[in-house]
Design a protein around this ligand. Structure first.
Ligand code: DON
Length: 557
């Protein structure tokens, strides 16, 4: 449908008249992220001439204020970058285990995992990476002054902003837990219930952000904010020290790059498991006629589930922080290996997960996060997923500093074979070590076609991140869905263990469900899988996909 809006777009010095329509229409840039106020901050930066990295930095800080569920300065994340000329890079600002961390730190004397210790205690936090990540990204690619990128977040925190209905619901729902974990303190809670349209003001956070605005990295990893973090950690006998903070540095890593039917997939290397797993999934299904079978029809679902089962089995053994553990990236992505993994897949019956183990190679020794996608007027693209791990992280906030601590330590394997909060199991590759980064599923990704930008995509969702990014990509490439549809379409997920398909209500029609069940597939319905925020470049401009499962917002110009 054509919307009758006409507007002028600067194209170098030429003014070009354009027509917007629902299939695209934004030729200069776009921001898609989890909260409307943060999307507005990002698009304003783009309109002022900032590039995609400038907008990303501003959005990261604005989300830390407006979306404390997952937006953060106390967490970490990954960035995948593609310049207008096709240069690629990735930034790993994932949290690290503190120097005092050790392999068995969450086990009792009998060797059992102590419930919730890696989740809701002061020992659950890894050393935060987000602020250093933003500083690094800005130093390398930014154009606009640092202070001007942090200021909008300070304004949001100090002046307040209107909260949405889901946000109000969440705050009311979390009240008891926040009070219990933060006795005698107030942050995000008040005596009365929160309602849609209430104004949330965060003065402590505004002051913390001012430190970051004025001192950059040192405003967080040193000085008053660092002292506040260490003081808070000490109250709960946690591990993060001043030295841990000062020693934190994010790392530029080479993107992992794969190919699917001529589309170039640019994605995150370890310590994300997501990039490699995504490429394994795409390769596993590439030779099959998904388009002919159709979206979420039984053959499509069965093939994808069998591929996912095998890929997640590999994830449990071979993935960890590459600075500590040699992840066999090349072996995992070899076409012959992928074919051999899929060779025992049968159309007669589901393969029981108990009969699938991580693969073997010759020569090998042995719900919250948030994603934002941005494209600027030059065509530079940024795909960032960032997290505190659980919704509102450990739910413990730094007294006086107004922000939440992550509980990312739960992403390590506390004990071989014992599932973490997402049901993921791991072993040696992802064991806890000082200074090591915990394995992640975050999969910020950029897709290229014929040497040009095609899609920017990513999502939260714990273990379901990888499969949600995968499904979004094939929804567009195979099933011809536009970006919004591809993001909104119902999703399903399998992760080897537990041996079941998790499906959103309505993802599988009744006939497909019966067919799958008759072949031995167990199906469990669950609430929203993923919150994908993505951008597609079309011949009619940028087309956004903002996940309707949340307050996600797309703004273009
Ligand atoms: O890095 C990871 O894989 C997890 N900490 C991500 C957590 C997440 O996506 C939660 N969102 N629902």
């Amino acid at each position: 449908m054509i919307l009758a809006a006409l507007f002028f777009v600067p194209l170098g010095c030429v003014q070009k008249r354009l027509v917007t329509n629902t299939r695209g229409g934004y030729y200069n840039g776009m921001v898609v992220c989890a909260y409307p106020d943060a999307a507005k901050v990002g698009i304003d930066i783009l309109k002022k001439g900032g590039n995609a990295v400038d907008a990303a930095v501003a959005v990261q800080f604005a989300l830390a204020v407006s979306y404390p569920d997952a937006g953060n300065i106390g967490g970490g994340g990954f960035m995948v970058y593609r310049s207008k000329t096709g240069e690629t890079n990735t930034l790993d600002f994932r949290e690290k285990g503190p120097a005092g961390a050790s392999a068995n730190m969450y086990l009792d004397a009998a060797g059992n995992v102590i419930p919730n210790m890696s989740l809701y205690t002061h020992k659950a936090s890894g050393v935060p990476g987000s602020v250093d990540g933003m500083v690094q990204a800005h130093q390398k690619y930014g154009k606009i002054k640092w202070a001007d990128l942090v200021q909008p977040a300070i304004d949001l925190a100090r002046n307040g902003f209107k909260i949405t209905k889901p946000f109000a619901y969440e705050l009311n729902h979390l009240k008891a837990q926040i009070e219990k974990l933060n006795p005698g303190k107030t942050y995000l809670i008040k005596d009365a219930e929160w309602h849609e349209g209430d104004i949330l003001v965060q003065e402590d956070l505004a002051k913390t952000l001012e430190q970051i605005r004025d001192k950059g990295r040192e405003g967080f990893y040193d000085g008053i904010v660092a002292d506040q973090i260490v003081a808070e950690i000490k109250t709960g006998d946690g591990l993060i020290s001043k030295a841990d903070l000062q020693n934190y540095h994010s790392v530029w890593r080479k993107a992992v790059i794969g190919n699917y039917k001529g589309y170039k997939i640019i994605t995150m290397p370890p310590p994300s498991s997501g990039g490699i797993a995504l490429l394994q999934l795409l390769q596993s299904v590439e030779k099959y006629p998904l388009k002919r079978w159709g979206y979420n029809q039984d053959s499509t679902v069965r093939l994808i589930v069998e591929a996912e089962r095998r890929v997640y089995a590999d994830r449990s053994k071979y993935f960890g922080d590459p600075d500590f553990y040699k992840v066999p990236v090349d072996s995992l992505l070899k076409p012959a290996y992928i074919s051999s993994r899929m060779s025992n897949f049968s159309w007669d019956a589901a393969t029981p997960s108990s009969s699938i183990q991580p693969g073997t190679f010759a020569g090998y020794e042995s719900d919250q996060t948030t994603h934002y996608s941005i494209v600027d007027h030059e065509g530079n693209a940024v795909s960032i997923t960032t997290t505190l791990n659980d919704s509102y992280g450990s739910k413990i906030f730094v007294k006086g500093a107004g922000f939440l601590l992550n509980n990312e330590m739960d992403d390590f394997s506390s004990k071989p074979g014992v599932p973490n909060m997402y049901g993921l199991v791991g072993g040696k590759a992802n064991s806890i070590q000082p200074g090591k980064r915990m394995l992640s599923s975050m999969t910020p990704t950029i897709v290229e076609k014929d040497g040009k930008l095609f899609m920017v995509v990513g999502t939260p969702g714990g273990s379901t991140i990888i499969t949600s990014v995968f499904q979004t990509i094939i929804n567009v490439i195979e099933f011809g869905q536009d970006m919004q549809q591809a993001v909104a379409s119902k999703r399903f997920h399998h992760q080897w263990l537990p041996d079941e398909i998790a499906a959103e209500k309505g993802a599988l029609d009744s006939l497909t469900t019966i067919k799958l069940q008759s072949k031995g597939y167990k199906i469990n319905n669950r609430r929203g899988i993923g919150r994908v925020d993505a951008i597609l470049k079309t011949t009619q401009g940028y087309q956004g996909g903002a996940d309707p499962r949340g307050d996600d917002t797309k703004l273009g110009y």
